[in-house]
Design a protein around this ligand. Structure first.
Ligand SMILES: Cc1ncc(COP(=O)(O)O)c(C=O)c1O
Length: 377
């Protein structure tokens, strides 16, 4: 008998990233990664081993340990006019589960979800699984993938239930300006639209000031974030959603039936991220990433001489390879030189003609990877 999956899953294609990874030869340099190569900071690992040795590790409350929710609420409240508390927080298995739980809790079939193009590919897939209609708003490549007010405003209709922004962005690393966030708040003022602000890269920034949050400007913001990038904890699966308690109650019901609770080891260890030692570890990673970004931009200018967009945070650069063909075709060709990249159009049509390169690996590997791209183009 042939297996007949549910319609909601039939539509989900194997991602371009997956196709490339599957085709990559041994010894490839991976400039396609979506995670830092750093060991998780010692302060977290020590705490994790201690709790494994000494403490009972049962289920936690669905929304997460109270002590952790309090820390996350305090962390999210910085810069907000009104502080949040533990009842504003649901701890999830990574930000990805938070995105899933939030979208499933908010979107009805037929509702419109306004999503950035280009943007992290899970957004559209999850919205479609929820039965929503995806309405992309272009962050135009021609304008360095910056937020475009007109495009955003035009995408909002009376069917819009949810919008989403990501700053710093995956795949462009662009940070949204404060006045653009204010624009979104003004544009949606008095509406019923909720906005997910994906802030998973917020603590990885190269500007003087930490990127602003939409939550400073708009009450119906749902902040999604987590430990994966800022603490190099991708495998620990620890993320969260922060929003008004009535929203979080529904998100927590959804989360309860997805996974009951996030891993109690990860939750207890994550408490250490909010100590001075934890914050210092993030600051150090930020510094190293800034150095690696400079290594990558210099190597691109020296070896390739191609246009590129380098943002103000995160760990990605968008390289314009349009003169060599379609993104996926070029990325496939580069595999012959054993270098993995991600086709820009995997993130939406605006990424067409670009490759997303990550600078979250060692400087020597970044340089070798760019040399391989130069050979393969
Ligand atoms: C923009 C963005 N949001 C969310 C996630 C999910 O992160 P995690 O589930 O590891 O917390 C990622 C991972 O790459 C991402 O790039």
């Amino acid at each position: 008998m042939t297996f007949n999956p549910a319609d909601r899953i039939k539509k989900v294609q194997k991602s371009a990233t997956r196709r490339l990874y599957d085709a990559a030869p041994q010894g490839s340099i991976n400039l396609g990664l979506g995670e830092p190569d750093f060991l998780t900071p010692t302060v977290i690992r020590n705490e994790a081993t201690r709790v494994i040795r000494e403490e009972r590790l049962g289920y936690t409350p669905n929304a997460g340990l109270l002590a952790l929710r309090e820390k996350i609420a305090d962390y999210t409240s910085v810069g907000l006019k009104q502080a949040t508390g533990a009842d504003f927080v649901c701890v999830t298995n990574g930000a990805e589960e938070a995105l899933f739980a939030v979208m499933m809790a908010i979107l009805n079939p037929g509702d419109e979800a306004v999503l950035p193009n280009p943007g992290f590919s899970a957004y559209a897939t999850i919205a479609e699984i929820a039965g929503a209609k995806v309405v992309p708003f272009a962050m135009p490549a021609a304008n360095g993938f910056q937020f475009d007010r007109d495009n955003f405003a035009k995408a909002i209709t009376d069917k819009t239930k949810l919008a989403l922004i990501v700053s710093p962005s995956n795949p462009t690393s662009r940070v949204m300006a404060r006045d653009d966030l204010q624009f979104i708040a003004d544009c949606l003022h008095g509406s019923k639209v909720y906005v997910i602000a994906d802030e998973i890269y917020r603590d990885l920034y190269f500007t003087e000031e930490r990127p602003a949050s939409l939550a400073e400007f708009y009450d119906q913001t749902i902040v999604v974030s987590g430990m994966s990038k800022m603490m190099s904890m991708t495998g620990w699966r620890l993320g969260w959603a922060v929003a008004a308690p009535e929203v979080i109650q529904s998100v927590t019901v959804m989360h309860q039936y997805i996974s009951a609770c996030a891993s109690s080891v990860s939750q207890k260890a994550a408490l250490a991220a909010f100590t001075d030692a934890g914050r210092e570890a993030t600051r150090r990673m930020r510094e190293i990433l800034r150095e690696r970004r400079d290594v990558m931009t210099q190597a691109i200018e020296r070896e390739l001489g191609l246009p590129y967009v380098s943002g103000e945070g995160g760990f990605y650069i968008m390289l314009d390879v349009s003169r060599y063909g379609e993104s996926e075709e070029v990325a496939m060709r580069l595999l012959e030189e054993r270098v993995i990249t991600v086709p820009g159009d995997a993130f939406g049509a605006q990424g067409r003609g670009y490759l997303r390169l990550s600078f979250c690996i060692e400087a020597a590997l970044i340089e070798a990877g760019i040399r391989r791209i130069a050979k393969g183009l």
